[in-house]
Design a protein around this ligand. Structure first.
Ligand code: RAM
Length: 903
């Protein structure tokens, strides 16, 4: 059947975004087809406004591109546009069409003011006399409850509320939450921009009295952030504030606007304080039923204070919000050594608890504490949380059954201790940025599958508004190196384009006047210039996003900053060895049993950043700049070789990471590459198939070993259950990736509590190789957005089958292989328009078949040649579609299937 269907339509990297301020949004679509060889020859995009008038029509464009940047009539604010993507293949008639919509936001039309509490007349916060209030929590703001009642003559045809906070908010219309998003507006560098969200509240308004109600808390704005012992107030502001503008439109064209202003009323409520790190205190006795509904008497409330009128920093949100995305009922509950209940959720997760309380008397105080691990006595292990108290307190109203869920905090935990009442039920509510899942990997080794799951949970837990290093202690910062080493893995499993494009704005905002990117973004706590491999993320991430998603908008946006970063390094290091201005130089952070020289690592990254900036310049048509950076990159490579590489291909330091960086970044003269590769392999073998890498080397290990023809060693590292290695933690029962290889060992117990997170994604960067190496989904070096796909599955280790699925920007890719007896079967799916080079592993290229016919008879496959000998591969060019290849396979016969341990 001939068909070619656009699907997965996106606008500004999001699905049907509500409230865009971008004047020229990017529109994109994926393609699928049931037919082999399908490809898009032409497309047409039509955008219409609400009245059905055409705002933009590209006409038929002869192109295989699957995206278009809006270039029609100027978009109007607060308008719903529908758009369609129509595509053609070889035939005259269009082959398929799909529709979607986007809606513009206020585009600057603000009339609202910031409102909150006048601190000079702040109601006295009378801390209850109890032990739950610590020195930290005593310093927190109380959480204002704000309300505004207004009348409507009739139900509106359409209503939108545009809202933001300096802090975090929950907004209700007539008692109903306007969104299921959490911790809005999320974290950005508030000194540069404050996101606002649009909410469709049409169905929530009624004729007569209506009420807008808000609960507000410090969040990242004025609460504790990072390891700063002061509240963030010192950075952004002292107390939270809220801002909103409700537009009510009637069918006759008339409308009304309700804004935050001095007409709002304010009071305290059940929430006494709430903080991201410390936790919150909820006193259900303070509940005033109906405060968020019409008919409530708020005469005893005070007028809200108008705290500011500056709306210049408000920008429409541009990434998916945080949501609760999984519920984890307690797997087991028991009484701990201190007599309190302990619940085990079975999974180290990030979010909060839903606590159901039965039969507790009014005033019963229940304290929830959270931990990732238990100590040897079976108590919560809290030391690694450092100053984050992660403690929630609930004071019961005294009803037969009460349900409590904290509103504005999150913790990283697997275990919950419930003190104060026993008849409770505990459910973990996992939350994270709602980046759509787009990939799956599975194989027949339970431990490797668990590793993959752990990597995913690390991503869930640490993609919370910004990419963070850890979710539990007083840190949770957007560390740049962690983000750049993990991005390729993250992008396999999920569509993180909008998430990272959004965060890059904070990275740009953190660049200093000298051109140095920061170590963390949003920039807090740390003041020095970014370290090698940390600051370089400012170059690597935009480039990686471009390669993976094919969108040059982020690259263009970041490009000037990228060049400033490279200039900054060069200016301070005229001999091209990066020794000066290295910030807090972390080296190969948390490496184990090896010491990669800092200058080697730094200079390698200098070469890399110069090279990538040069490549970006070429893409963007900045050819002079490109030449300048290419020359610089070549000169740094030469300096690297001169300074650090001996004539027998040995690199100063002689560590795995030294060789990995040099091989991956192409820093070696051609004649020394094989020798360096041999040194790398020797080091792995010498260490008994153990790795020694830290955050920086870890992502390169398996890919580089595979590329130098030592996939056997990559598999040996993958399967290594001893210490150190990925499966070591899995064997200890880990359900997330640990920060350190030795976070806990049977011999030494816990590592130093000063820095020992059990939920850090960096060391999980091996995930990329599961998709790219084991299942074999990749792209040619010069390909963008998987246009020139490579499918090179690599049987090895103790696996007899593996498969991966990936929704790329172009369409769905699948690669699955299995070895049965002396036959290997390879199932692949190639999206329309992508040309794939498929390497079919086989011991006999002459006997490869496709769907049971000799491969030579398969119309859409061209045999290109043979690679390797013995268990080599037949290399073919394959057009889009679904294929099943079978081939003789001798090498792994029969793969070792013993010792399939599950933890
Ligand atoms: C620690 C964290 C983080 C890392 C920095 C250098 O705070 O482990 O992940 O990037 O150090």
């Amino acid at each position: 059947m001939r068909e070619l269907l656009p699907y997965g339509l996106s606008c500004e990297l999001l699905t049907e975004p509500l409230g865009l301020d971008e004047p020229a949004p990017r529109l994109a679509w994926r393609l699928r087809s049931g037919a082999r060889g399908a490809r898009q020859r032409a497309y047409r995009v039509v955008v219409r406004d609400e009245g059905g008038r055409v705002a933009w029509d590209t006409g038929r464009v002869e192109s295989a591109r699957q995206r278009a940047g809006y270039a029609g009539e100027p978009l109007r604010p607060r308008t719903r546009y529908t758009w369609s993507a129509e595509v053609w293949d070889d035939a005259e008639e269009p082959a398929g069409r799909a529709e979607s919509w986007f809606e513009t936001g206020l585009m600057g039309g603000w009339r609202a003011s910031w409102i909150g509490v006048d601190e000079t007349v702040l109601p006295v916060f009378d801390p209850p006399v109890d032990d739950d209030l610590t020195a930290n929590t005593r310093r927190l703001s109380y959480c204002p409850h704000l309300r505004r009642s207004f009348g409507l003559a009739r139900r509106p045809e359409r209503a939108r509320i545009y809202a933001s906070a300096q802090g975090v908010y929950r907004l209700y219309v007539n008692g109903v939450a306007v969104t299921d998003a959490e911790l809005q507006p999320g974290w950005t560098d508030y000194r540069h921009r404050i996101p606002y969200h649009a909410h469709d509240v049409t169905g929530l308004l009624r004729e007569g009295e209506n009420v807008l109600a808000v609960v507000l808390a410090d969040g990242w704005w004025s609460g504790f952030v990072g390891f700063d012992p002061r509240r963030a107030g010192k950075l952004y502001g002292d107390a939270p504030a809220f801002l909103a503008q409700l537009h009510v439109d009637h069918d006759d064209g008339s409308g009304e606007v309700i804004v935050t202003d001095g007409a709002w009323r304010e009071s305290r409520g059940t929430l006494r304080y709430s903080d991201l790190l410390m936790g919150e205190y909820h006193d259900a006795r303070e509940r005033r039923d109906g405060w968020d509904l019409p008919g409530f008497d708020d005469s005893a409330w005070t007028p809200a204070a108008v705290t500011g009128g500056d709306t210049s920093l408000l920008t429409a949100a541009r990434a998916q919000p945080v949501r609760v995305l999984a519920d984890l009922p307690a797997e087991r509950t028991w009484r701990g050594p201190d007599g309190h209940l302990i619940a085990d959720l079975g999974q180290n997760m990030v979010g909060r608890v839903r606590l159901t309380v039965r039969g507790a008397a009014r005033g019963t105080r229940i304290r929830l504490r959270h931990a990732e691990m238990l100590d040897q006595d079976g108590r919560l292990y809290l030391a690694n949380l450092r100053r984050a108290e992660a403690t929630d307190v609930y004071v019961c109203a005294g009803e037969p059954e009460e349900v409590y869920e904290p509103a504005f905090t999150f913790h990283g935990f697997r275990y919950v201790e419930v003190a104060g009442w026993d008849d409770v039920e505990v459910t973990g509510r996992a939350m994270h940025s709602d980046t759509p899942w787009t990939g799956e990997f599975t194989c027949d080794d339970a431990m490797v599958n668990r590793l993959h799951e752990n990597i995913r949970w690390g991503q869930r837990g640490n993609f919370l508004s910004v990419p963070t290093d850890c979710p539990q202690r007083d840190e949770r910062l957007g560390w740049l190196a962690d983000a750049q080493v993990f991005l390729p893995t993250a992008a396999r499993g999920a569509d993180v384009a909008a998430f990272f494009a959004n965060w890059m704005e904070d990275v740009l905002a953190g660049q200093d006047a000298d051109g140095a990117f920061p170590d963390v973004a949003p920039l807090v706590c740390l003041t020095r210039e970014g370290a090698p491999a940390w600051g370089d993320a400012g170059v690597i991430i935009p480039w990686t996003l471009y390669r993976l998603y094919g969108d040059d908008r982020v690259l263009r946006r970041c490009y000037p900053a990228m060049t400033r970063w490279v200039d900054h390094i060069r200016r301070h290091n005229p001999d091209l060895i990066w020794r000066r201005r290295t910030g807090r130089h972390y080296g190969d952070w948390l490496q184990i049993g090896a010491e990669t020289p800092r200058e080697v690592l730094a200079t390698a990254y200098f070469a890399r950043s110069a090279e990538l900036t040069g490549r970006a310049a070429r893409v963007l048509g900045e050819h002079e700049d490109a030449a300048r950076h290419e020359e610089l990159a070549a000169a740094v490579r030469a300096a690297f070789a001169r300074e650090f590489v001996t004539e027998d291909g040995r690199i100063e330091g002689d560590t795995q990471t030294c060789y990995l960086l040099a091989l991956e970044f192409g820093l070696l003269p051609e004649h020394l590459r094989d020798a360096a590769a041999a040194h790398l392999a020797r080091d792995v073998e010498k260490n008994g198939d153990h790795l020694t890498t830290g955050f920086i080397g870890v992502s390169l290990l398996c890919p580089v070993l595979t590329r130098i023809g030592r996939a056997d060693l990559a598999y040996a590292l993958l399967h290594q259950e001893g210490f150190p290695g990925w499966l070591f933690s899995v064997k200890q029962g880990a359900t997330t990736i640990w920060e350190r290889w030795d976070g806990w060992t049977p011999e030494r117990g816990f590592q130093s509590p000063n820095m020992n997170s059990f939920n850090h994604y960096s060391l999980g960067a091996v995930g990329e190789w599961l998709y790219g190496g084991v299942a074999g989904i990749g792209q040619e070096p010069d390909s963008v957005a998987y246009e020139k796909l490579t499918l090179a599955p690599r049987p090895g280790g103790r696996l007899t089958r593996a498969s991966a699925v990936q929704e790329t920007a172009r369409g769905r890719v699948e690669s699955a292989w299995s070895v049965t007896g002396a036959t290997i079967t390879l199932d692949v799916l190639i999206p329309p328009g992508a040309e794939a080079t498929v390497r079919i592993p086989t011991s006999d290229p002459g006997r490869v078949a496709e769907s049971a016919r000799p491969i030579g008879e398969c119309g859409h496959v061209t045999v290109l040649g043979h690679a390797g000998q013995g268990d080599g591969a037949l290399v073919c060019a394959v057009a889009s579609g679904r294929y099943r290849f079978t081939a003789p396979w001798a090498a792994n016969e029969p793969p070792a299937v013993t010792e399939r341990t599950t933890s």
